[in-house]
Design a binder for this molecule. Structure first.
Ligand code: SF4
Length: 445
């Protein structure tokens, strides 16, 4: 999972500032690195580095990045090390022009393609699966870049929300199953593309529609052109609804917030238990916890407080501080949980380490009973479609039964939402459920 933004403007020469705030809104989709590329009168300029949006772009850099077309990326590492060479956008120059490209997703057949391209003299600068795409476009570009993009996307197998920029066009593309999100908006007279609609709200742009699965949109001085080439039906990632996306976004016209509230309500209907309070594991457990409380009639309370200012690169505590129980990320609101029968709602259990620590903290704060309710089914399979999910051997639900997990984390009861319940909450059947069911729209090989 990563985040992308692209904008085409006929008049504005400072699109990088719009991209900056769009990326800022998408920061939850990746914190490893960020970058912006702009078209400055036919010259592609860019800046990218490791870190968060506000850490990477100084006022001087933003002043330098002038142009009327631009794309931006924030990276969540699925493939490749944490290095600047693996930051996006990727910017390439080739015989027929220049291209900048930013990708959210995964190219499943990249090893084979890279091998073939390298055999033909192709040069790669990063470890990214993404890099085969600009290589293929450069190779296929004869008369029109659109045709080259179509051919390149037909050659790769995988998932993508892509934004690409030439010196006179902004191009957006969504994979044939629509596993990855991409939305289209208008910012005054200008077209804008973003992974999530919350980016439009942040900058004051208007949401127009989602880019359809398999659709390519080309925006230039003649306006917007849509090419539908390779639609295979809709299978958007269900984990966007459960966890990834911001609750104030709409994906495929569905409100993430309402889907999470509904998941909490379904969970309360499926797995009722008597208790004094419902609390949520911050942040993505909070909304289903509210839904659970509404449906069950058991009051919702704040039970866990998260430090919102912990970046990725905080200094690890010393052993002494760790033993003293230093709570860097999360602390318990003892006033609310002491002596209470607590229902703790979380969005998912992946490795099981976070929830185990949270339960210990709740016990130490005097919770009398702890009932864990998970607003998604057990994560049983790894994802090869763009989420950095652990190998199956590290997925706790793939290795242990529900009873064993309940005992390991030390709770009075543990229940998951059923897949049927989650799909009902999300408002449809048409989702990728690979990591929950083993049924992926795109195979590994
Ligand atoms: S396997 Fe899971 S995380 Fe990966 S795309 Fe499908 S639903 Fe999303």
């Amino acid at each position: 999972m990563s985040g992308v933004v692209g904008i085409y403007s006929k008049k504005r020469n400072n699109v990088s500032k719009v991209i900056y705030y769009g990326l800022y809104a998408l920061q939850h989709r990746g914190q490893v690195s960020t970058g912006i590329a702009v078209n400055n009168n036919g010259f592609v300029d860019y800046f990218k580095d490791l870190g968060l949006v506000h850490e990477v772009f100084s006022t001087e850099v933003m002043e330098r990045l002038r142009g009327n077309i631009g794309i931006g990326h924030i990276r969540y590492a699925t493939i490749g090390d944490t290095t600047t060479t693996n930051a996006q956008p990727l910017v390439v120059g080739y015989k027929r022009g220049a291209l900048a490209l930013a990708h959210d997703g995964a190219v499943v057949n990249f090893e084979k393609l890279r091998d073939e391209l390298e055999d033909q003299g192709g040069i790669f600068q990063s470890q990214l699966d993404t890099e085969v795409i600009p290589n293929l476009i450069a190779r296929y570009h004869k008369d029109s870049v659109e045709d080259a993009v179509i051919k390149a996307l037909e050659t790769i197998r995988g998932t993508y929300g892509l934004v690409m920029m030439t010196t006179d066009k902004l191009i957006g593309a969504r994979d044939p199953y629509g596993v990855k999100p991409l939305s289209l908006g208008k910012f005054g007279e200008d077209y804008i593309l973003a992974s999530e609609t919350c980016a439009f709200d942040t900058i004051g742009a208007e949401f127009i529609r989602d880019v359809e699965p398999g659709e390519i949109v080309v925006i230039d001085e003649n306006g917007l052109k849509s090419i539908n080439k390779d639609t295979k039906g809709k299978r958007p990632c269900l984990f966007e609804i459960i966890y990834f996306a911001r609750p104030d976004s709409k994906l495929d016209s569905k409100s993430i917030y309402l889907s999470r509230i509904n998941a909490g309500k379904e969970l309360a209907r499926e797995s009722a238990v008597d208790a004094d309070i419902v609390i949520g594991a911050p942040d993505s457990g909070t909304i289903p916890a509210i839904g659970y409380a509404e449906e069950s009639g058991i009051p919702y309370a704040e039970g866990l407080i998260k430090n919102r200012y912990v970046g990725r690169t905080f200094i690890e505590p010393t052993q002494e501080l760790r033993e003293q129980g230093v709570r860097i990320k999360l602390n318990v609101l003892k006033e609310n949980v002491e002596g209470k029968r607590v229902i703790l709602v979380d969005d998912s259990i992946v490795r099981g380490t976070t929830i185990k620590r949270t339960i210990e903290m709740l016990r130490n704060a005097g919770a009398k009973e702890i009932h864990v309710r998970i607003s998604s089914p057990p994560v049983l399979y790894s994802c090869h479609l763009g989420m950095d999910s652990p190998n199956r051997k590290n997925l706790i639900a793939a290795q242990m039964s529900k009873k064993e997990i309940k005992e390991l984390i030390g709770v009075d009861s543990l229940e998951y939402l059923s897949l049927e319940g989650l799909l009902k909450a999300a408002g449809g059947e048409e989702f990728c459920t690979g990591c929950l069911s083993g049924n992926y729209p795109i195979g590994i090989r």
